[in-house]
Design a protein around this ligand. Structure first.
Ligand code: DGL
Length: 274
C-alpha cells in the first residue's frame, strides 16, 4: 500500500507564494502540496479589505474542497487583511505569514526596532506593526509598491531595482529607525530580492524572510498537532505538487519557476465564479 501523506494547501494572489512553497518543500519535503494562485485577480496589494477577503475565502474553500488538510496563507496582503475571515470560513487549521515573521523578528532584533516592507494594503492594515508591538518591538512600516512589478518583470538583479530599493530603504531607515537592526520582508516577492536588499540596507541589518519563518511555523504545528491521515485513494488523482491558477497556465509555468526555483508541471486552470 502506498504511504499516506499530509496534504498542505498553499494560497497566494499569484506566483509570489511559490517562495513560501519553496521554503515549505525544504522544511517538510514529505508532504503533498496543492497551490492556488489567483493570477486573474492579482495584485491584491492595492485592493480593499472587502475584496481581498472575498477572494481569499473563496480560494481557501477551493483548496479545502480539493483535499487540503491545512491552509498556508502565503500572501502577506491576504494574511494581513483577512486571516480572521479565512480562518472562520475554514474547517482546517490556517497559518498565515504575519505571526511567524514577527516572531522571528523578535528573536533576531537586539535593539527592538525593525523596518517592515510590504504592499500598500499590508502596510495600511498595520498587521505587522501590531504583531511586532505585541512582542515589544517598535516597527516602521514602508510600502514598496514598485518592487512587485519589478520582480515579475524578472528584474531581480538589475540596476533599476537596486536604485528603487535604495530609495525605499533610505526613506525607511531614518530618524529613530536608522538603528533598526531587522528588515522584515512582508511580501511574497521580496525574498527574491535578498541579495539586492542586503546591498542597499544598512550593514548592521539582518533580513528576516517571512517565507522561511512560515515554513518553520508550519513544521512546528505539524509536530505539535499531527493531522489525521487522508486515505490515499481519495487523492490518487493528485500529484505531489499540484497547481491551480485563475489566469493562463502557460504564464503561471513561465513566471512561477522563477519563484519556485524549478520547472512547474501540473497546472490546472480554475474559473472561480463570484
Ligand atoms: N502576494 C502579495 C503579498 O505578499 C504580493 C502581490 C500582490 O499584491 O498580489 O502581499
Amino acid at each position: 500500500m502506498l504511504a499516506r501523506r499530509t496534504c498542505i494547501g498553499v494560497f497566494d494572489s499569484g506566483f509570489g507564494g511559490l517562495t513560501v512553497l519553496k521554503a515549505l518543500l525544504e522544511v517538510i519535503p514529505d508532504a503533498d502540496y496543492i497551490y492556488f494562485g489567483d493570477t486573474a485577480r492579482l495584485p491584491y496589494g492595492s485592493k480593499s479589505v472587502e475584496t481581498v477577503s472575498r477572494y481569499a475565502v473563496q480560494a481557501g474553500n477551493y483548496l479545502e474542497q480539493h483535499g487540503a488538510q491545512l491552509l498556508v496563507i502565503a500572501c502577506n496582503t491576504a494574511t494581513a487583511l483577512s486571516l480572521d475571515k479565512i480562518t472562520q470560513a475554514a474547517s482546517v487549521p490556517v497559518i498565515g505569514v504575519v505571526e511567524p515573521g514577527a516572531e522571528r523578528t523578535a528573536g533576531e532584533s537586539k535593539n527592538r526596532r525593525a523596518v517592515v516592507i510590504g504592499t500598500e494594503a499590508t502596510v495600511n492594515s498595520h498587521a505587522y506593526l501590531k504583531a511586532l508591538e505585541a512582542r515589544d518591538i517598535q516597527a516602521k512600516e514602508k510600502a514598496c509598491p514598485l518592487l512587485v512589478p519589478l520582480v515579475e518583470e524578472g528584474w531581480i538583479d538589475h540596476a533599476v531595482t537596486e536604485q528603487v530599493a535604495r530609495i525605499y530603504l533610505d526613506e525607511a531607515f531614518t530618524g529613530g529607525f536608522r538603528s533598526a537592526d531587522v528588515l522584515l520582508l512582508g511580501c511574497t516577492h521580496y525574498p527574491l530580492l535578498k541579495p539586492v536588499l542586503y546591498r542597499v540596507a544598512p550593514k548592521h541589518v539582518t533580513i528576516v524572510d517571512s517565507a522561511e519563518s512560515t515554513a518553520q511555523a508550519v513544521a512546528r504545528h505539524l509536530r505539535d498537532e499531527p493531522l489525521p491521515d487522508t486515505p490515499h485513494d481519495e487523492r490518487r488523482h493528485l500529484s505531489r505538487l499540484k497547481f491551480f491558477a485563475t489566469d493562463s497556465t502557460e504564464k503561471f509555468k513561465r513566471l512561477g519557476q522563477r519563484f519556485l526555483g524549478h520547472p512547474i508541471e501540473d497546472v490546472e486552470h480554475v474559473d472561480l465564479k463570484e
